[in-house]
Design a protein around this ligand. Structure first.
Ligand code: SF4
Length: 454
């Protein structure tokens, strides 16, 4: 299907082919779904809203609720103020959320709709809240939109407080509900009182109860978001995604933050646990030490199957950096790491990891697309690809095994329940990577080399 991709790489300025990102509102919608009893609202055309919902539903295999201002020609010319006013009334009357989180779209941004003044002029029922974030897709990716929506909640709701609680705020970044559950499990084991924001566990991995619940049990509550202004400290997990909202909270409420890499792999998980340990003055439990030891053990047991293998990793910046750190810990060579999100910090951190592990000839590319990745692979191939479903066409064209990880994974199931973070997440990653390479060896083995024991 992609066999015709040319080998020769030419500089492109504007054109993107097979983007490695999606639009800002997708991230904003996902962040809003991580707030309890929240209705995400797309201020634009119905087409945008359908696309965002479909995209999320295809990854999580769950309904992603959202409403829309339903722009037609009139709103596109004269502004969407009256559409929003009608929408807010209808949403509270019909769906009764606690909060509506409005995000803009390319259209409403281009015509210059002023959401601050629209929301100020709307009659909002007692005890209900409407917040907004600006998410013009031509200015950023879904990762930027996710951060902007977090900042929107903080700007409207977080309350400055002189008295601090003993809580730690954990910003998990754009990760699966399974990752959020794992981050919370680790925090609980460290006896940390925390607020996770946002938190899609219990929302996009809610159990089937035999009836539909528009607002499942999970999600950060409005009260908890208000309380972010009084927490002891914020742990922003994933520097690229979570530093901007952490800075907004710091500026508004004076809450300091520590930005850490996403806890994927051994060292990043160690850092997460040690920071929690430092903040609440607890020891890392024996059970977590045991999990770490098991992970080290399986790496050593299986290392002959992946050591020195080359890999291309692509997707969202913080996940790619986390995966890169882990494959380096496994002794692999991340020849290409690539994100579609514009972030010089990503390239800087990637280069720093290459230098730290002493691997040469590797490239860290931001604001790039999968067409570029394909051309790089055509010129100098890799043993394995790790990333989203969008890479499957390259994997097929070049006959490379693919491990699916990150967002979106559209052609597999269960992935959103299973963590990549923590020692357990790393063990699962190792299993997927090792199995993909062993399956390839089996497939390619001649009869006389087809081994029972590997
Ligand atoms: S028009 Fe903009 S906001 Fe709407 S789907 Fe396209 S990129 Fe996303």
């Amino acid at each position: 299907m992609l066999e015709a991709t040319p080998k020769e790489i030419k500089t492109r300025k504007a054109l993107r082919v097979n983007p490695c990102k999606t639009c800002e509102p997708v991230g904003a919608l996902y962040a809003a779904l991580g707030v309890h009893r929240c209705m995400p609202h797309s201020h634009g055309s119905q087409g945008c809203c359908s696309y965002h919902r479909t995209f999320l539903s295809r990854h999580f295999k769950e309904p992603a609720i959202a409403t829309t201002s339903s722009f037609t020609e009139g709103a596109s010319v004269f502004g969407g103020g009256s559409n929003l006013k009608t929408a807010v009334k209808n949403i509270f009357d019909i769906y009764n959320p606690d909060i509506i989180a409005v995000h803009t779209t390319c259209l409403s941004e281009t015509i210059g709709d002023d959401l601050n003044s629209y929301i100020e002029s709307i009659d909002i029922p007692e005890g209900k809240v409407v917040v907004h974030a600006n998410t013009p897709s031509y200015a950023g990716s879904h990762i930027v939109g996710f951060g902007n929506m977090m900042s929107g909640f903080i700007k409207y709701l977080a309350e400055k407080s002189q008295a601090k609680t003993d809580q730690i705020a954990i910003f998990p970044g754009f990760v699966n509900p399974g990752d959020m559950r794992e981050l919370k499990r680790l925090a609980k084991q460290m006896q940390v009182h925390y607020i996770m924001f946002p938190d899609t566990s219990g929302v996009l991995d809610a159990p089937n109860k035999g009836h539909y619940e528009m607002y499942p049990q999970g999600g950060t509550t409005v009260a908890e978001i208000r309380g972010l202004g009084a927490v002891k400290r914020v742990l922003a997990l994933g520097e690229v995604t979570c530093t901007p909202p952490a800075m907004v909270l710091q500026a508004k409420c004076g809450v300091n933050f520590t930005a850490l890499p996403l806890p994927i792999g051994i060292e990043a998980t160690d850092q997460y646990l040690m920071e929690l340990s430092r903040l609440v003055n607890t020891e890392v439990s024996d059970s977590l030490t045991e999990e770490r030891g098991q992970l080290v053990d399986v790496i050593l047991d299986a290392q002959q199957n992946f050591a020195k293998k080359t890999v291309a990793i692509y997707g969202d910046p913080d996940i790619v950096l986390g995966l890169t750190a882990f494959v380096l810990e496994m002794g692999m060579i991340p020849k290409y790491i690539l994100t579609g999100t514009k972030s010089d910090l990503f390239s800087k951190r990637g280069e720093a990891l290459f230098a730290k592990f002493g691997v040469s000839g590797c490239q860290a590319l931001n604001n790039e697309d999968l067409f570029t990745l394909h051309q790089l692979i055509k010129n100098d191939g890799v043993d394995l690809m790790i990333g989203t479903t969008h890479g499957k066409y390259i994997a097929r064209a070049e006959d490379i095994p693919l491990v699916r990880a990150g967002f979106p994974v559209l052609d597999r199931y269960v992935h959103s329940y299973m963590p990549l973070v923590g020692y357990r997440g790393a063990m699962r990653l190792l299993e997927m990577i090792c199995n993909a390479l062993l399956d390839r060896r089996d497939r390619d083995a001649a009869d006389e080399d087809f081994e029972l024991v590997m």
